[in-house]
Design a protein around this ligand. Structure first.
Ligand code: NAD
Length: 455
């Protein structure tokens, strides 16, 4: 088997060499998952719960090392990586509660008893991106296993290391062989094979809208179940009646967190025109205080981008004539660095305001009325998240209901909680992850009628 070099983006050096899977290895993983399915679905719900809790405990035990590995491989500040691993532990603990709560209903009918059951789907293919590698893997693996499925996880080629660790940890914790399989290889080879494989019942994908569309089309041929978490171009609406200092203090983290490589990034900051200049003035010290540097340095608040290609793609949005209003600084030397950058004012028709940049570039766009703010916010093919900053409670809820997006926060930029549904409207996706809702996407509803009349 050939190998794949995994690069550390802060140093541009090889961090690890891992076995590179092709079609044969992918088929073998699916075969293992298929063979393990009857046994896993038959494990008593209480025992499945115990096993998932053991995985959570084992992950927690190794969380310090996992955070360092994630920080180095994905180039994220160590504090952020620790937070993500804590969320992985929480996700396994949360879904450990699910096997015993996946209850059906009894439905009043005449002539008998009608009841529903949540049946597992079979082998689920889980395909993940490089920006939150283990966190996003856990959002899929934990509910899939809780519902009684077996899985093949295909992490992004750039960041496979913590997913490989998860496979080892789960096996050591007692998850039976074949229940959780990880294949590392190119999306166009292993990912595509999983989507087309006749023994895969469901594909859960997180990644770009472009690849998501290809996956949905390929999965349609065999009517596979598909959930998609895709791109975003989310708005951050700042009304003049907001606590501007708080809003300006929070806005940068919502764009520059994970160096902007975040599907939920509030990268379009829509500001009421009367406070546009003041907002920009409040923003400046927060941006220039961002410390870009070594992910393992506790003082670092922003790391490098994931690759040279990603940096080139981000830089292409900030041409010579871009209205750069604020720009941070980066270290010298190796590493895929890019400074936090604010463009202002940006024409809503500009490419930078319309396409997902997936890097640390924010666009400030002025608006004149609530009506215009809503129109601009919704003027996108995406619909993942959004924030509303205002002191007027009625307006906050009015605007929240009007926004075409799946995850909205008011006077806050939070998007993701283990217990609440996460996912997009429009081209940001299909289905929901996290919370109880994710389980619906990893099971089929079965209806059983039992005649009490002998007929
Ligand atoms: P990507 O679409 O290039 O790749 C994602 C995964 O798909 C990788 O594992 C890749 O190997 C695999 N893949 C590629 N081609 C494939 C194919 N033909 N068939 C099957 N699998 C294939 O995305 P990326 O560059 O890794 O991640 C960035 C994108 O992910 C951004 O657009 C971002 O918005 C999105 N994202 C969305 C969410 C969300 O929850 N909505 C979360 C994180 C990232």
């Amino acid at each position: 088997m050939s190998t794949l070099a995994v690069i550390e983006p802060a140093t541009e050096r090889v961090l690890a060499e891992v076995a590179r899977a092709g079609v044969d290895e992918t088929d073998a993983a699916v075969a293992r998952a298929k063979a393990a399915f009857p046994g896993w679905r038959a494990v008593a719900p209480g025992d499945r719960a115990i096993l998932l809790r053991r995985v959570a405990t084992a992950l927690e035990h190794e969380s310090a090392a996992l955070a360092v590995l994630e920080a180095r491989n994905a180039g994220k500040p160590i504090g952020d990586a620790r937070g993500e691993i804590a969320m992985v532990v929480e996700t396994f603990n949360y879904y450990a509660g699910a096997p015993e709560r996946l209850t059906g209903e009894t439905i009043p009918v005449s002539g008998g008893v009608d009841m529903t059951f949540h049946e597992p789907l079979g082998v689920c293919a889980l395909i993940t991106p490089w920006n939150f590698p283990l966190a996003i893997a856990s959002w899929k693996v934990a509910p899939a296993l809780a519902a009684g499925n077996t899985v093949v996880l295909k992490p992004a080629e750039l960041t496979p290391l913590t997913s490989l660790e998860l496979e080892r940890i789960a096996l050591d914790a007692g998850i039976p062989e074949g229940v959780l399989n990880v294949v590392v290889g190119p999306g166009s080879v292993c990912g595509q094979r999983l989507v087309e494989h006749p023994d895969v019942a469901k594909v859960a994908f997180t990644g770009s809208t472009e690849v998501g569309a290809r996956i949905a089309a390929a999965a349609a041929a065999s009517i596979k179940r598909v959930t998609l978490e895709l791109g975003g171009k989310s708005p951050n609406l700042i009304f003049a009646d907001a606590d501007l200092e708080r809003a300006a203090g929070a806005a940068p983290a919502a764009v520059f967190g994970n160096a902007g490589q975040d599907c939920c990034a509030r990268s379009r900051i829509l500001v009421e025109r009367s406070v546009h200049e003041e907002f920009l003035r409040l923003l400046e010290p927060v941006i220039t205080a961002i410390r870009v540097g070594d992910p393992l340095d506790a003082e670092t608040t922003m790391g490098p981008l994931i690759s040279a290609e990603q940096r080139a793609s981000v830089a292409a949005f900030v041409g010579d004539r871009a209205p750069v209003a604020i720009r941070g600084s980066t270290p010298e030397g190796p590493g895929y660095w890019y400074p936090p950058t604010v463009l202002s004012p940006v024409d809503p028709a500009d490419r930078a305001a319309r396409e997902e940049i997936f890097g640390p570039v924010a666009c400030l766009i002025p608006f004149d009325s609530e009506h215009e703010a809503i129109r601009l916010a919704n003027d996108t093919v995406y619909g993942l998240s959004g924030s509303i900053w205002t002191g007027d409670g009625g307006r906050a809820l009015r605007v929240a209901r009007a926004l075409e997006a799946g995850v909205i926060s008011i006077n806050s930029n939070s998007s993701v909680r283990v217990t609440t549904p996460f996912g997009g409207f429009k081209q940001s996706g299909v289905g929901r992850e996290l919370g109880p809702h994710a389980l619906e996407h990893y099971s089929e509803l079965k209806n059983v009628f039992y005649s009490t009349e002998g007929g």
